[in-house]
Design a protein around this ligand. Structure first.
Ligand code: GTP
Ligand code: MG
Length: 379
């Protein structure tokens, strides 16, 4: 069989050779771009970029039968055929400083009372809901404003389409407001500012907008391009305008996904629940997640036992953009991992075993490496 040359493999994946070399170094493989790598290594490095690696027999020129070199196929085609794509609900993440009114805003939108039920009124974890605005679905993710939940905000910004930045008009910009701005900017997401609590006599929208401008977020009335709405999550003032703005922005973004493709979902929260075992809140990114779907999620396999929607009802399937609770994990998945549909439970288990072995090996290598470093530092 012909050798697998690094630079050729890189080309097939649409990557720069040095990118692949960097990944190879992570796998402890040290080669030059013109050198060959082992098929097992190629498999791993392809997987890191969402490709599966296969060697394929193909006929080539003049009836000469030849074993073709390397064929890489994307696990999920990056460009889905246009006719398979359907509009999906926008995913909107609500961020902001502690107590600025994120959950209250969502409450008002959902017309329920979540804040009252939360321990001390502080959001403990991420929650996701789907609502309808003028017949069109919108998915919202609530995030906690507390300082220790920084990684949750980073993750929220990642899977989201639009960030709604809630700033209390009586309080102005605070540390976690700034942090949310950073996460949203880093993830290159559109920010819409909701200046909240305008019902309070101490509310000062002008100050909020000035502070935002100082941080590089110039609202439209200041000559910038950041849309904003003044709202009160308490009275509901301005909230219809906010929803309208979100619907408009979503339309501009033309968010589409293929509901018939292989299902993929982002884990936004995971926990162990009595009687249910390990469960996770996910947002379906593409494909349709169904009861009975076998899957892999990071180093764990599983099969969807049941799906529960944001109203606590059992459902049979969840389409792209839908938040849903998944029951059926073998072990508690890692937040930030992706659930990927597999053909069958056996294939899922096999991949899980491989990934766990890889994890153990890399941990072993890490400890060996640090032991070596200790040794040398003592010389
Ligand atoms: P964390 O989840 O802890 O980050 O807080 P949060 O941003 O979700 O704030 P939450 O919705 O829990 O609201 C905090 C407090 O502000 C509650 O007592 C709300 O009743 C109050 N509040 C929220 N919005 C408004 C508003 O528009 N006007 C007034 N007056 N109070 C509000
Ligand atoms: Mg909250």
């Amino acid at each position: 069989k012909p050798p697998i040359i690094v630079s050729e493999l890189a080309t097939r994946m649409g990557l720069k050779p040095f990118r692949l070399l960097a990944d190879l170094i992570k796998l402890q493989v040290f080669v030059a771009p013109h050198q060959a790598i082992e098929p097992e290594v190629a498999v791993k490095v392809c997987e890191m970029h969402g490709f599966t690696f296969e060697r394929e027999k193909r006929e080539k020129g003049g009836g000469v039968h030849k074993v073709e070199e390397v064929v890489v196929e994307p696990e999920a085609p990056l460009d889905e055929p246009e006719d398979l794509l359907q509009l999906r609900p926008p995913i909107i993440t609500i961020m902001g400083h502690v107590d600025h009114g994120k959950t209250s805003l969502l409450d008002y939108i959902r017309k329920t009372k979540i804040t009252a039920g939360e321990a001390g009124g502080i959001t403990q974890h991420v929650a996701a809901y789907k609502v309808e605005h003028e017949g069109k679905p919108i998915t919202f993710i609530d995030t906690p404003g507390h300082a220790i939940f920084s990684d949750m905000r980073a993750r929220g910004a990642d899977i989201t389409d639009i960030v709604v930045l809630v700033v209390a008009a009586n309080d102005g910009i605070m540390p976690q407001t700034l942090e949310a701005i950073e996460h949203a900017k880093k993830a290159k997401k559109t920010i819409i500012v909701a200046i909240n609590k305008i019902d309070l006599p101490t509310a000062n929208s002008m100050r909020v907008k000035t502070q935002l401008a100082e941080k590089g977020l110039q609202t439209v009335d200041f000559g910038g391009d950041v849309e904003f709405v003044e709202i009160s999550a308490l009275t509901g003032a301005g909230i219809p305008d906010l929803l309208e703005l979100l619907a408009l922005q979503a339309e501009v973004l033309e968010l589409k996904a293929n509901p018939k493709g292989n299902a993929r979902a982002a884990i936004i929260e995971a926990r162990v629940q009595p009687g249910r075992g390990a469960t996770a809140s996910v947002i379906v990114e593409t494909g349709t997640l169904k009861v009975g779907t076998p899957f892999i999620c990071g180093p764990f396999a599983g099969k969807v036992k049941s799906l529960i929607n944001d109203r606590g009802e059992q459902i049979k399937e969840a389409k792209p953009g839908t938040p849903v609770e998944v029951i059926g994990f073998d072990e508690m998945p890692n937040v930030g991992d992706e659930l990927v549909e597999m053909d069958n439970v056996r294939a899922a288990q096999k991949l899980a075993d491989e990934r766990q072995l890889d994890l153990r090996n890399s941990r072993l290598k890490m400890t060996q490496k640090s032991r070596m470093e200790d040794l040398f530092s003592n010389v």
